[in-house]
Design a protein. Structure first.
Length: 466
């Protein structure tokens, strides 16, 4: 595991959410069960007060201290301070070889159990980092938040629009890279199959949310759209292909007519189409609502594939930009996507729920329009020198109403003193947060470069509280 330079505020966010870790053990092998992480201490002393932990079956109440490395305890001279005598657990994120035989002592000479938290994470540190960054805490503060109001509102809006367009171009560049890969594999940029394949791949990626984004993209790349003719284009046929490629039909033992049918079809089609299968263990269900289970999203991906093959979905998307109400038309196209009857009443194989929604929600469709459709059609317009289509996309991006607010946009709006009324401004705020604010690149921002013009480089790890 790569040892990222995480600050203690970030490690505290991990500590406070017990679902991020499990099966804790101290360095001397004692079982640690966290009953309460404690209350955050905002004064001098241990990071958390009044925690409850069970150590090898014995209940302890006391304080918890958080550090990046084992040696920080002694570097901060906690062994000489009586304030740390009530510490019952020492949480260290990263382990080094020399730490294994070391002990942590309080001033009263008591040995304090130490846990290397990174060894017991339930997800990759990258995924946890992304989730925390996407959900800033109440203590999160931008370095410039106190002085952002000094910048003219019109200047800020213009700047965020510019950054929003930069985000659009960033996403377009990702799709372009994939287009170049496929042309190297023999696809013809002037023909429909390559565009349909790319559209399907990036819609699938968006269906994966943060938990299954990589898995959905991997799945989509396994599907040979150009080989799937009308012979395979029914929803049940495509379910067999999609769920088979996803690995969901391996070792499944459910007495169900639908399951039996798609298993039979999968065996038949995979021989003729030459499709490889993923391992079902790759998919994440943990901490997801049933409506967002990958099985539900896969059924929708099957519906998208049916639209592409049977209803010229790619062409309909392009033509929507010639209509008066483009966003409404694209939204209708996604809402019109049908799924198999089985998945209208199930959230997983053998798990029925008659009240479950038939399709994805409005907010997810808006996300797909902004993050997939806009950059996809922009790339198409540039590739075919269609300046009219290109201008339509950019004008729509700059003027269309912003989608629902998320935690990032709420924080950015509040602390920068702006209201994201358009897609471009909203996307600009997100891009600025992800690529500048949390990386300390204040000099790349209109606000930061003005606020800190005489203050030198900003140590963002000290200023930003996650």
């Amino acid at each position: 595991m790569k040892k990222l330079n995480l600050n203690e505020n970030f490690i505290c966010r991990i500590w406070e959410k017990s679902s991020y870790y499990s099966g804790l053990k101290s360095i001397d092998g004692k079982n640690i069960e966290v009953l309460s992480t404690g209350e955050k201490n905002k004064d001098h002393g241990p990071d958390y007060r009044d925690a409850f932990v069970r150590i090898d079956g014995h209940l302890f109440s006391g304080d918890v201290e958080i550090h990046k490395s084992f040696s920080d305890w002694y570097a901060h001279k906690h062994q000489k301070e009586g304030k740390y005598n009530k510490v019952v657990l020492h949480i260290v994120f990263w382990e080094t070889e020399k730490d294994k035989e070391s002990k942590i002592l309080a001033k009263n000479s008591r040995v304090i159990p130490t846990v290397f938290l990174s060894k017991y994470l339930t997800d990759s540190i990258h995924n946890i980092w992304k989730e925390i960054i996407d959900n800033p805490s109440k203590e999160f503060k931008l370095p410039c938040h106190e002085k952002a109001g000094n910048i003219l509102q019109t200047k800020k809006i213009e700047f965020f629009e510019t950054v929003g367009l930069k985000r659009l171009n960033y996403r377009t560049a990702r799709i372009k890279q994939r287009l170049e890969e496929l042309t190297e594999e023999g696809y013809d940029i002037k023909k429909k199959p390559v565009w349909e394949k790319i559209l399907f791949e990036f819609i699938c990626e968006a269906l994966g949310f943060s938990k299954n984004k990589i898995q959905f993209l991997k799945l989509a790349r396994l599907i040979p759209i150009d080989k799937i003719t009308n012979r395979y284009s029914g929803l049940t046929d495509l379910d067999a292909i999609i769920f088979g490629a996803a690995g969901f039909l391996q070792e499944i033992n459910i007495e169900d007519e639908y399951v039996d049918k798609i298993k039979t079809l999968k065996a038949k089609y995979f021989r003729s189409l030459g499709i490889d299968s993923m391992d079902k263990a790759e998919w994440n269900f943990f901490r997801l609502r049933p409506q967002n289970f990958p099985s539900r999203r896969l059924s929708y991906a099957s519906g998208v594939l049916a639209k592409i093959i049977n209803n010229n979905f790619f062409k309909e998307i392009i033509l929507a930009f010639e209509e008066e109400n483009t966003i409404k038309r694209i939204n209708e196209l996604f809402l019109d996507i049908d799924i198999s009857l089985y998945w209208k009443s199930h959230y997983n194989f053998g798990k029925a729920n008659p009240g479950i929604k038939n399709t994805i929600g409005d907010e997810r469709i808006k996300d797909i329009i902004i993050n997939v459709v806009f950059p996809f059609v922009l790339l198409y317009s540039v590739s075919f020198n269609n300046s009219s289509l290109k201008n339509n996309i950019k004008n729509l991006y700059l003027t269309s109403k912003a989608s629902g607010r998320n935690e990032i946009t709420k924080v950015m709006e509040s602390q920068l003193g702006v209201k994201a009324k358009t897609t471009a401004v909203q996307q600009g705020l997100i891009h600025l947060h992800n690529f500048s604010c949390v990386k300390g690149k204040c000099d790349e921002c209109l606000i930061g470069s003005n606020v800190f013009v005489n203050e030198g480089k900003v140590d963002y790890l000290q200023i930003i509280l996650y």
